[in-house]
Design a protein. Structure first.
Length: 149
C-alpha cells in the first residue's frame, strides 16, 4: 500500500511506519512459506487479517489507539464497535473470539513472533487475550501420563 492520500485516508490514520510494518508482516510470512490467501470476510484474505491485526497491536503499543484499522478496504475505516456494546470499540478479547480460529492458526505458524507480541504491553492486544483465554489450549502444558487419572 502506498502512503496515505487525501481520498484513501482523509483523517491521516496511516503513518509511514505502520504501513511498513504491515508490509513486513507479509514479507515475513512469504519468506517462511506461510502465505495463505484464503478469502475471509472483512479482511479480503487471511494474510491481511494477520497483517492488520499485528499492525493494530503495533499502533496500540505506540498509544495510537485511534488508528486501529477495521478492514482492508479504502478509505481507511477505524475498527468498529462491539455488536453487544454499540458504544464500545471491539476490544482485544472480542476480537480474539471473533477470529480465534485464524488467530490460533497464525500463532501456531509463527510461535516465535506471536509469543513475543503477546507480551507487548498496550491497550489492544488480541494475542495477549488469546494467552489469557481458557480456550488457548496451546499454552496449556500437556499432562504427563502420571497426572491423568
Ligand atoms: Zn496487506
Amino acid at each position: 500500500m502506498e502512503p496515505s492520500s487525501g481520498k484513501s485516508d482523509p483523517a491521516n490514520h496511516f503513518h509511514a511506519d505502520d504501513v511498513l510494518f504491515h508490509e513486513l508482516v507479509h514479507a515475513l510470512r512469504m519468506m517462511r512459506g506461510l502465505m495463505d490467501l484464503s478469502k475471509i470476510r472483512d479482511w479480503d484474505n487471511i494474510e491481511d487479517l494477520n497483517a492488520i491485526m499485528l499492525t493494530n497491536i503495533y499502533n496500540s503499543s505506540n498509544n495510537r489507539n485511534g488508528d486501529l484499522r477495521g478492514d482492508h478496504g479504502l478509505p481507511f475505516r477505524v475498527l468498529g464497535n462491539s455488536p453487544m456494546y454499540p458504544t464500545k470499540q471491539i476490544d482485544e478479547s472480542l476480537f480474539y473470539n471473533l477470529y480465534s480460529t485464524d488467530i490460533d492458526r497464525l500463532c501456531l505458524s509463527l510461535l516465535d513472533l506471536c509469543s513475543g507480541v503477546a507480551r507487548v504491553s498496550c491497550r489492544w492486544n488480541p494475542l495477549r487475550a488469546r494467552v489469557n483465554s481458557a480456550n488457548a489450549s496451546i499454552y496449556a502444558p500437556p499432562l504427563a501420563p502420571s497426572q491423568i487419572r
